[in-house]
Write a protein that binds this ligand. Structure first.
Ligand code: NDP
Length: 450
């Protein structure tokens, strides 16, 4: 990290004690910004970096609800409205027991630069709760969502802050949240939430967008070396929203996904993952990848508690798409991938590589796409949903997907150009951080000290 940024980083650590994921996200961006502030000292003179590290607003609230047994439960809700220099705060809600303020701040910080990279008018925010939707009845999830929105509604709005889904928040939760917002405010404000059902204001291709976008970005990286996905063998971790649609697009483009995972373990399928069966297990039955292995038969094998990335040590893997959760690839996993000869890694999940893993990738010859560029297709299509809501319009799947593909091409181009400008062609981490930062920083400068 450059000398000029070190004291700012130390102050971030001091003011946000114990928020390790947030420290990690800030540290990773600062590693790229040294040369930017050297060339543009006015960013330091105007304290742009310090201002970017401090959220504009942080909201923490109690979420009381009654479970099916009639017992009162208490969860904690968060919304961090991080930066609105480019547009209304925009970013998902995560419902998972491990969620803390630090998790939400790390995700919100990343979201600022990701949203800037899309070129669209959206600021950065994130939210969530330590509520666990797993194992809850639909009625319990509904009561929780209604209680969560009963507090959140006063802080959000089409021009103020537009939440969406993330881990643990899918179409069911968005439906309950939107219903309660509509009831409290007595108005049909479609643009207040994205990820809605297509029949009531949602965008076609939004469920697919993050996974598809991840694969579009991967194709762009491979094309830089005259390669493509056809015939590749691919690992896709996680078997949630991002992973399922990443698998679908890889298969459409001629690759074969040979393994996927959830938090309980890995399923390796020597014939390639059968997506129809996986969707049935995960989306219809809300089952586990172990159920997939059981129903698939002989070609599939479930390995409880093992790391999907270690498969690269024993079988050919060309592309790795982490699509599960933060810090899911550690140094040993990264080494297994690099030593196994992987061509490309693209982060569908947010911050899935530990700093040590990132170091291994950056010191090798593999193509590495960082989350804030690779998975930006989700939020970009959310912004397209907002456009459709504002114009009372509804686009076809083909039109929306073509816009998504063009946006991903634009993000790739912005990252590649910024990396070249700063003397490290092919360094997408540097490119994404520099291009995202510069767009936000210039808008903040234009708006004065606010
Ligand atoms: P989902 O909740 O739909 O799926 C998450 C999946 O990851 C689940 O299958 C979950 O398994 C699995 N998982 C969780 N922890 C682990 C672990 N330690 N090891 C292996 N698998 C694990 O979430 P999404 O698909 O929406 O999100 C995945 C990632 O993508 C997150 O980092 C999210 O922030 C990011 N992202 C999502 C966007 C979106 O549009 N949805 C947009 C941009 C980024 P289990 O069921 O066992 O918990």
């Amino acid at each position: 990290m450059s000398e000029s940024l070190q004291p700012i980083y130390e102050e971030v650590l001091r003011r946000n004690a114990g928020e390790l994921e947030f420290h990690q996200a800030v540290g990773e961006v600062f590693e790229s910004l040294g040369r930017v502030v050297e060339r543009n000292p006015h960013y330091l003179d105007e304290s742009i970096v310090e201002r970017l590290c401090e959220p504009e607003r942080q909201i923490i609230f109690r979420v009381p609800w009654v479970d099916d047994a009639g017992v009162v439960q208490i969860n904690r809700g968060f919304r961090v409205q991080y930066n609105s220099a480019l547009g209304p705060y925009k970013g998902g809600l995560r419902f998972q027991p491990s969620v803390t303020l630090g998790t939400v701040k790390f995700l919100g910080f990343e979201q600022i630069f990701k949203n800037a990279l899309t070129g669209l008018p959206i600021g950065g925010g994130k939210g969530g709760s330590d509520f666990d939707p797993k194992g809850k009845s639909d009625a319990e999830v509904m009561r929780f969502c209604q209680s969560f929105m009963t507090e959140l509604y006063r802080h959000i709005g089409e021009y103020r802050d537009v939440p969406a889904g993330d881990v643990g928040v899918g179409p069911r939760e968005i439906g309950y949240l939107f219903g309660q917002y509509k009831r409290i405010t007595n108005q049909y404000e479609s643009g207040v939430l994205t990820g809605k059902g297509v029949g009531w204001g949602g965008s076609r291709a939004r469920p697919e967008a993050t996974g598809y976008g991840t694969v579009f970005f991967t194709e762009r990286m491979l094309a830089e070396r005259g390669q493509d996905l056809d015939g590749t063998r691919v690992l896709v971790s996680g078997s949630g929203n991002v992973a399922l649609y990443a698998i679908e697009k890889v298969h459409q483009l001629g690759g074969t996904v040979i393994a996927t995972s959830d938090s309980s373990g890995v399923v390796y399928d020597s014939d390639g993952i059968d997506l129809d069966l996986l969707c049935e297990v995960k989306e219809v039955d809300r089952g586990r990848v172990s159920d997939y292995a059981e129903r698939r038969g002989r070609s599939a094998e479930f390995r409880a508690g093992s790391s999907i990335w270690q498969l690269a040590a024993s079988t050919r893997v060309d592309v790795a798409l982490p699509c599960a959760i933060q810090n899911e690839i550690d140094e040993a996993d990264a080494r297994a991938l690099v030593d196994g000869g992987v061509l490309a890694i693209a982060e569908g999940a947010n911050m899935p590589s530990t700093p040590e893993a990132l170091h291994v990738f950056q010191n090798s010859n593999v193509l590495f796409g960082p989350a804030k560029a690779v998975n930006a297709g989700g939020v970009a299509t959310s912004a397209l949903e907002m456009q459709q809501n504002a114009s009372r319009d509804s686009w076809s799947f083909e039109l929306t997907e073509s816009k998504l593909e063009a946006i991903m091409a634009g993000i790739h181009e912005r990252c590649a150009r910024a990396a070249e400008e700063y003397g490290e062609p092919g360094n997408y981490v540097l490119g994404a951080n520099v291009a995202g930062f510069t767009r936000v920083a210039d808008a903040m400068l234009a708006m004065g000290v606010i």
